[in-house]
Design a protein around this ligand. Structure first.
Ligand SMILES: [Zn+2]
Length: 181
């Protein structure tokens, strides 16, 4: 269901660190800010031309970019800043394999953001890598433990494999296992 031209504003990127000069966002239209360029369709040629310092995007896009990098097709990209990976609540946090594969291809740290399929930010990975912080209105309605980092409430996404238990923070409903029996 394409939502191009919908009245909802584009979500913000929310890069977790000081932003480098050029970030390429793959596959998600985010709010236009200086130094951030959205590529809803992309290939190695357009990325090489833009010369991003950092990449952000859904895992399949970053896997594609990683393969291109490994094969030398992203030679002109001066990637130097952490990758920003988007996952839906159902996809959940990246597993060890995804982390190690991305590391092999890029040699860069990875920060993860949980977003709905439309891109709305649900949670951002804490800089201490010890869980996530809920974002936006979810954070205001959440009374989980304070995060060790001193900012925000700590939230640990549900283990993947069950979309039922994966993140219903906005509803406040108890996480029951309603499906499967
Ligand atoms: Zn934290």
């Amino acid at each position: 269901m394409a939502r191009e031209g919908a009245s909802l504003p584009s979500p913000k990127l929310e890069y977790p660190l000081v932003r480098p000069a050029r970030i390429a966002v793959l596959g998600l239209t985010v709010e236009q800010e200086s130094g951030i360029h959205t590529f809803s369709e992309w290939n190695s040629a357009v990325l090489n031309k833009y010369r991003p310092c950092a990449l952000a995007g859904w895992l399949p896009d970053l896997i594609q970019a990683g393969r291109l990098r490994e094969s030398g097709h992203l030679a002109a990209c001066q990637l130097s800043h952490p990758l920003l990976v988007f996952s839906t609540p159902e996809q959940g946090p990246l597993d060890e394999d995804a982390h190690s594969t991305l590391w092999r291809w890029f040699g860069l740290p990875v920060y993860e953001q949980i977003r709905t399929a439309e891109g709305r930010l649900v949670a951002v990975e804490c800089e201490t890598r010890n869980g996530f912080h809920l974002a936006g209105e979810d954070a205001a309605n959440h009374d989980g433990p304070a995060c060790d980092c001193g900012h925000g409430r700590r939230w640990v996404p549900a283990v993947t494999g069950s979309s039922v238990t994966a993140a219903t923070p906005e509803s406040g409903r108890p996480l029951t296992t309603a499906a499967g029996d």
